[in-house]
Design a protein around this ligand. Structure first.
Ligand SMILES: C[S@@+](CC[C@H](N)C(=O)[O-])C[C@H]1O[C@@H](n2cnc3c(N)ncnc32)[C@H](O)[C@@H]1O
Length: 503
């Protein structure tokens, strides 16, 4: 079930979030932990509380089962080489001994949701508990059996485009008591596949239901209230973007990774044009203002990487020029909250985030976090972006093609609908907005489309490229056109570019 919804070591799970609302003794959560760690190891992501925290949530109300699941997760982490301290932190972060139906998860959303929800008739619930549930849960959830409430809440907690896998009784699909639930909640999902299964094969203990396994995709349809987070006043574009979101995978599911540039915690100390420090510690550095048009106008800035490739802080005694340079900023660097909070005065010269040389050496697409005039550039020179730039990496999409696709209007249209507008009509496109961007899997495109995109991108044929993107996204070219970057549009009339009335 996990593999079927893409929670597997073969996928890049570094930004994904998994939920099992009733983990029991851990039949799903244990393999989910295994897949997560294996995936991060495979993609070379460091295993830290930052990268692993918040990736999983497992809830269980029954204390003995919860403790067994927690023990099993601990044993799995140990077996996979996670040290005790991190393992304890992750167990605390991931696992909750709580009532899933009563707990408020605020605005948490998950990309992958799996459960074998409890099948229990409402009439069998202790009276006090069913009264509490009935006073706190929507009416449509509280008749028939408890699994209906679980499935409804799971759907609500799934991100648009996110996938669900359920092992449950078939009652929520057919029973009269679940009609209101079906009417109101099933239209938020697409049912991808339902398989009847043999109870004796899938359960460890005998059960008296007709079980099925269902795979669903969260896909809000246009005929209901718009999912929260749409800001556009342009209803037509909003409807189109919603349709893309319901049909296409997200950019993360299509194998991209999004990261923000590292926070340094006093740029003046770490960045400069002609720094008198040891050459080997310097890496080219890019600020938002150096993304010009859709290209890069590097001003020659460099950042000092004060961490060694292994991740530890460098020993300043071995780098006397760097030591002398940083000493000038010492009072300021020591006064930073990150140093004071961790009572870490020895490491006063560290940057807030490690400037990871091998990560930033990879080719990436750069998008400024705040833009008034959208710009999207491709960096193939291993530069480190500032904290105000987002980097999009992908092993699956050819990056120059993906850059062009984003510049041709797809990113602009989506951000126009979901990213908030700030002063001066500018947009703030946080990672959580970028990561919702609908993008087909490269491998799922026809050969003709892959070849056509690659050829027109390489030839600079922006009109031909945009026409193909419009075709893939199922819209007219002039839906994309107003949202394309300035640069993308500016070139349309240049000699050599095909004339096209539609654009
Ligand atoms: C069918 S079992 C799931 C078994 C699980 N897949 C496993 O690995 O063992 C359903 C689980 O839901 C738990 N449960 C029931 N009501 C719950 C609630 N309100 N919140 C969280 N868990 C609940 C039960 O204690 C039980 O462990």
């Amino acid at each position: 079930m996990l593999g079927n919804i893409g929670w597997s070591e073969r996928e890049d799970l570094s930004q994904a979030r998994f939920l099992d609302p009733c983990i029991g003794e851990g039949a799903f959560i244990v393999p989910a932990v295994e897949a997560l760690i294996a995936s991060l190891k495979r993609t070379g992501t460091p295993l830290t509380s930052d990268t692993l925290g918040g990736r999983l949530l497992g809830v269980e109300v029954h204390r003995p089962a919860f403790l067994k699941a927690r023990e099993a997760v601990g044993a799995t982490l140990l077996r996979m080489g996670i040290d005790d301290a991190l393992s304890m932190r992750l167990q605390d972060d991931w696992l909750r001994n709580d009532d899933f139906l009563l707990r408020d998860f605020q605005d948490a959303t998950f990309t992958h949701v799996v459960a074998n929800p409890p099948y229990l008739r409402w009439s069998k619930l202790p009276q006090g508990l069913s009264a509490t549930y009935r006073s706190r849960l929507p009416l449509a959830w509280t008749s028939g059996d408890l699994s209906v409430a679980f499935i409804a809440k799971m759907i609500d907690l799934t991100a648009n485009g996110g996938r669900l896998a359920l092992l449950s009784s078939d009652r929520w699909m057919h029973a009269a008591y679940a009609e209101r639930f079906r009417e109101q909640w099933l239209r938020k999902v697409r049912i991808d596949r339902v398989e009847k299964v043999n109870a004796r094969e899938v359960f460890q203990a005998p059960v008296s239901t007709y079980p099925l396994i269902a795979f669903l995709t969260r896909a809000d349809t246009g005929n209901e209230r718009r999912p929260t987070g749409f800001h556009s006043r342009d209803e037509a574009t909003s409807a189109i973007v919603e349709e893309w979101m319901s049909r296409l995978p997200s950019i993360m599911q299509a194998g991209c990774e999004i990261r923000v540039g590292p926070a340094l915690g006093h740029d003046k100390a770490f960045v400069g044009g002609a720094l008198d420090v040891e050459e080997e510690l310097l890496i080219p550095f890019l600020r938002s203002r150096e993304i010009v048009g859709d290209g890069i106008a590097w001003e020659g800035g460099q950042v000092i990487s004060v961490h060694s490739p292994g991740g530890g802080l460098i020993d300043l005694q071995r780098y006397p020029r760097t030591a002398k340079h940083l000493a000038r900023f010492r009072p300021h660097l020591e006064g930073r909250a990150c140093v004071k909070r961790d009572k870490d005065t020895e490491r006063w010269y560290r940057t807030i985030d490690r400037v990871d040389r091998s990560l930033w050496a990879r080719d990436k697409i750069l998008v400024p976090e705040i833009y008034c005039d959208l710009k999207i550039a491709l960096d193939e020179d291993g530069r480190v972006p500032s904290h105000s730039l987002y980097a999009i990496f992908s092993e699956r999409w050819p990056l120059s093609v993906l850059r062009d696709l984003l510049a041709s209007g797809v990113l602009g249209a989506v951000m126009d609908c979901i990213a908030p507008r700030i002063r001066g009509g500018c947009k703030r496109c946080y990672k959580r907005f970028l990561s919702r961007l609908p993008l087909p899997q490269w491998d799922a495109l026809s050969r003709e489309n892959r070849q056509g995109l690659a050829e027109s991108s390489a030839a600079g044929d922006r009109v031909g490229f945009t026409e193909r993107v419009a075709d893939i996204y199922g819209v007219e070219v002039d839906v994309l056109w107003p949202h394309a970057t300035h640069d993308w549009r500016g070139l349309r009339d240049r000699p050599g570019v095909k004339a096209n009335d539609g654009i």
